[in-house]
Design a protein around this ligand. Structure first.
Ligand code: ZN
Ligand code: ZN
Ligand code: ZN
Length: 304
């Protein structure tokens, strides 16, 4: 429960959780000293390490131990663009490891200090400015964006910073890249048209906040994949809806007697290739009910 409230990133996040973050960021092994303290946001969302041994504050060690014990990690088939944009960009947990080499250039220092870039969303906004028609791809450009960046965050080389922002988001795999076509873009909530039927909701996107990207009891031997599943249905425009109405029936001679013989029938339309009649094999109990079930099963298999 402790870990759960620590990992809730919404407005309800307890104050102690922010202290925990600050302490985690303070208690880092020597190998992590070059990680800019300003961007040490969260050890579960980023790849920098904190002490997990006795060098750590005992109460915080309970947190990391619990996380380890229960196999806590980021996992999910797809995430909403809103969640993707909230992820920290620096040391992004799911980015290509090359992102760790992009921390200390002049442009990156400017992104951190002047532009206050922290999240994937911040980075994306800056990278998108490269697509502004008026932008001249030079640091002395006077387009609206560049003028703004030069005055407000006091950036002396807006073009270099935009390019660096683009480099940073280019390290994100498709599942974590806000520019990807995500399942949420094409998977819509199924419409309930018939009050007697509940349509299957096949949407796979994890919504909510960053707290919702975590799973426990994960299998450490399975590495999560960061490609996106393509669930767009490849249905030609003029194809029929895939719906078919089939009449099925079961029958039985001498139902209930030792010499009972059951059969099944399927009918779609005159001379339809799915029309069938079948005798039930003798290893299936010969009854009217079994005839009905076999007919329905056969119809489902043929229609598939
Ligand atoms: Zn410009
Ligand atoms: Zn800059
Ligand atoms: Zn019947």
């Amino acid at each position: 429960m402790w870990l759960k409230s620590y990992l809730s990133f919404g407005p309800d996040r307890p104050i102690w959780a922010s202290f925990a973050d600050a302490l985690f960021a303070l208690r880092v092994p020597c190998s992590e000293r070059n990680v800019d303290p300003d961007i040490r946001q969260n050890i579960f969302l980023q790849t920098w390490n904190t002490y997990t041994n006795n060098m750590q504050t005992p109460d915080l060690k309970i947190l990391t131990d619990t996380a380890k014990k229960f196999g806590l990690r980021i996992e999910g088939m797809a995430f909403s663009r809103s969640i993707i944009r909230q992820m920290p960009i620096w040391y992004h947990k799911e980015a290509d490891s090359i992102i760790r080499t992009l921390n200390h250039t002049q442009a990156s220092q400017c992104l951190k200090k002047n532009h206050a870039v922290r999240t994937v969303g911040d980075t994306e906004t800056l990278a998108n400015m490269l697509q502004n028609d008026q932008h001249t791809m030079e640091n002395n450009c006077n387009c609206e964006c560049c003028t703004h960046l030069r005055t407000n965050p006091h950036c002396e080389h807006p073009h270099s910073c935009m390019k660096q922002a683009l480099k940073l988001i280019n390290t994100l795999p498709p599942k974590w890249d806000p520019r990807s076509i995500l399942p949420e873009d094409y998977q819509k909530k199924p419409q309930r048209t018939d009050p007697d039927w509940i349509p299957f909701d096949a949407r796979i996107t994890t919504n909510g906040s960053l707290a919702d990207v975590f799973r426990i009891f994960t299998d450490s031997s399975v590495i999560p994949i960061n490609t996106l599943p393509d669930l767009r249905r490849q249905v030609p425009e003029n194809a029929d809806t895939g719906n078919i109405i089939v009449a099925t029936d079961g029958s039985c001679y001498n139902n209930g007697e030792d010499n009972a013989r059951a059969g099944a029938g399927i009918y779609v339309s005159p001379d339809h290739q799915m029309n069938r009649s079948a005798k039930l094999p003798l290893y299936i109990g010969q009854s009217n009910q079994n005839g009905e079930i076999v007919a329905a099963k056969l119809a489902a298999e043929l229609a598939d």
